[in-house]
Design a protein around this ligand. Structure first.
Ligand SMILES: Nc1ncnc2c1ncn2[C@@H]1O[C@H](COP(=O)(O)OP(=O)(O)OP(=O)(O)O)[C@@H](O)[C@H]1O
Length: 609
């Protein structure tokens, strides 16, 4: 149970460690307030009756100020981010870190001058948390305290792990093959909770932070993307065992009711050296896993919504599929061996689970769970980091510093609130919704309780203390209006008479609509037929007229030719006959002449006789 009450403005003024300070800066020249103030004035007011008052004067103020003030109103704390502390198991216990008797305050003190660069850090400090998980606390309890209630209550939440390199951030989120982390548990929890109403087709999708209904061809494409990515995933041999372990650890209850359908999508994004990459990007066909071309994606802000443009959201049907994709993304993320962690994450990674719940009323609620594995803060001077590791570390530290500034601005009392500098880093841009209090924010701070990390741990704890002071309004649930009647399966569970009535009305409406459409279609067809017939007749007439004309012309031409030929022939025959007549006349004349000669000769012959 938490004991804080973030109400007094004075509380912030008495702090001496709000931000992690660069030890090399000479603090003597820092600007100081003109009016000197006694450090614990604000605390004494609320602690008048406290008998331990005098013992408090040589410690830092954080714990006293908040713990005493908040005991009477714990509900106030619930409205801010929850900040948990998890201590990594170490071989040798270290006296510098102690958990107070009340169980939610970490007391640090280090007399060893080698581990601290200034006197302030050597002082005893008290840091309070929502809950502290000692090194013996297992993954199950961490999940049940930090994440489980958010999922059971169906609240959007961002869960981020923050700490020095090697302190167990990735372990807390992912776990190992035996001790599942909070993400596998969350996936099992979600799929168990909605098991009866999981819809196995990607019909609704969040695109640019809006819920969109997918047509059949888009649904097929989404299924193909899902199958292709799953084919690339490494075989997750331990899944069955992990599933059994998780089910043994928790008893997730299915939600009651059947008047909704649920579709679940996952996405995985990496911020490396201030560039944003999609860890679930689909490679071009034939490209191997290692050859995936990484494209830097843009973060877009529109109408108060911030999203990564072109980020692949993948539809999943089971916790196993989602885990496979998580592993695939994990393989693609940037990690390297450093002085403190053999497999150190060199980037910030955000794994997002979107639960789209379509209600029969036509409303869709969107619950988003973001799991953010922040890269470890690092003292580059101590670890001797060089080259590309140094550049990574500088980028990591810068974005964490901006996150700290955002938390600091968000923690300001409302009358002193400044603009929160979200835009100063990609990480804070993406976490804007949770930093504004629109989504629940839980921060799991991981610490390796060893002397050698004392100063880094103090920075981390200071950072956490800022987050603890933020007060948010109650987060709102995201609603979308999307109509699609295909989701509800009436065969599931008991059907209410109201539901049947709605369906009958819907049915009647649809029948009438079908009749109306039929009538309209028939009318349209008839009109079209008539028009076509007319067009056909006209065309036919035109063709007939033109062919008639052609035939007429041709026959006239032929007739004229025949006539000419006949006339020529008659003339020729006439000429021939005239010539023949002339010849015959000539013959007749000759014969006549000859006959006249023969008569004369006969006369002479008679005389001779
Ligand atoms: N609570 C824990 N219980 C058991 N082992 C742990 C715990 N915390 C961390 N470890 C182990 O410590 C090692 C480093 O942890 P992890 O990789 O999670 O660190 P990290 O904080 O993510 O570091 P980095 O920022 O460099 O990526 C891992 O081998 C992990 O198994």
């Amino acid at each position: 149970m938490d004991n804080h009450k973030p109400h007094e403005e004075k509380k912030r003024e008495v702090r001496s460690f709000l931000m992690a300070r660069e030890p090399s800066v000479d603090r003597r020249f820092r600007p100081r307030p003109e009016k000197q103030q006694r450090l614990f004035d604000g605390i004494r007011e609320s602690e008048e009756s406290d008998s331990t008052e005098n013992e408090l004067t040589d410690t830092e103020s954080e714990y006293e100020a908040s713990s005493t003030a908040t005991a009477d109103n714990p509900s106030d704390v619930e409205s801010g981010p929850q900040v948990f502390l998890r201590l990594r198991p170490v071989k040798m216990s270290c006296k510098g870190y102690l958990i107070s008797d009340c169980g939610n305050v970490l007391v640090t003190m280090n007399a060893n001058t080698e581990n601290t660069s200034n006197n302030v850090n050597r002082m005893e400090k008290h840091f309070s948390f929502t809950t502290i998980f000692d090194s013996e606390v297992g993954q199950r309890d961490v999940y049940d305290t930090c994440v489980g209630p958010r999922i059971t209550d169906e609240e959007c939440a961002t869960i981020m792990t923050y700490g020095t390199s090697g302190s167990g951030k990735t372990y807390t989120l992912l776990g190992d093959d035996v001790r599942a982390g909070i993400i596998p548990r969350a996936l099992e929890h979600i799929f168990s909770m909605y098991s009866a109403n999981i819809y196995h087709e990607p019909k609704l999708k969040v695109i640019n932070e809006c819920v969109v209904f997918l047509e059949d061809d888009a649904t097929i494409i989404e299924q193909q993307i899902r199958i292709r990515l799953l084919e690339m995933c490494p075989e997750y041999a331990h899944h069955d065992r992990i599933k059994q372990v998780i089910r043994g650890d928790h008893s997730f209850k299915p939600l009651e009711g059947n008047d909704y359908s649920v579709m679940i999508w996952v996405s995985f994004v990496e911020i490396y050296n201030e560039l944003v990459y999609d860890l679930l990007a689909l490679p071009p066909r034939k490209a191997k896993l290692g050859n995936v071309q990484r494209t830097n994606l843009k973060i877009v802000g529109s109408n108060g919504k911030v999203f990564v443009k072109g980020l692949n959201r993948v539809f999943v049907k089971s916790a196993e599929e989602a885990l496979k994709l998580l592993q695939l993304g994990q393989q693609r993320s940037t990690c390297a061996s450093t002085a403190v962690n053999a497999k150190s994450s060199r980037s910030h990674c955000i794994f997002t689970i979107d639960v789209l719940k379509y209600h029969r009323s036509g409303m869709t609620t969107q619950n988003t769970y973001k799991f953010c594995d922040l890269a470890g803060s690092e003292r580059v001077d101590k670890t001797g980091t060089i080259g590309s590791r140094l550049r990574e570390a500088q980028n990591i530290n810068t974005s964490l510093m901006v996150l700290g500034r955002c938390l600091d601005a968000a923690a300001m009392p409302s009358n002193k609130k400044k603009n929160i500098p979200y835009r100063d880093s990609k990480l804070t841009m993406l976490l804007q919704a949770s930093l504004l209090g629109k989504e629940r924010l839980a921060m799991i701070v991981t610490v390796t309780p060893l002397d050698q990390f004392y100063e880094e741990n103090l920075n981390v704890l200071n950072f956490a203390s800022i987050a603890k002071d933020i007060v948010f309004k109650q987060p709102k649930q995201k609603f979308h209006s999307t109509r699609y009647s295909g989701f509800i399966d009436p065969s599931v569970g008991v059907i209410s008479s109201e539901y049947i009535k709605t369906l009958e009305q819907e049915n009647l409406k649809l029948r009438l609509e079908v009749e109306r459409l039929k009538y309209e279609t028939t009318l349209k067809l008839q009109l079209q037929e008539e028009k076509l017939r007319k067009e056909l007749y006209n065309t036919h007439q035109e063709i007939l007229a033109s062919s008639l004309k052609v035939v007429k012309d041709q026959s006239e031409r032929k007739l004229a030719n025949v006539r000419r030929e006949h006339e020529a022939m008659i003339a020729h025959i006439k000429r021939t006959h005239a010539e023949k007549i002339e010849d015959l006349q000539d013959e007749i004349n000759e014969l006549r002449d000859a006959n006249s000669d023969v008569e004369i000769i006969d006369d002479d012959d008679e005389d001779d006789d």
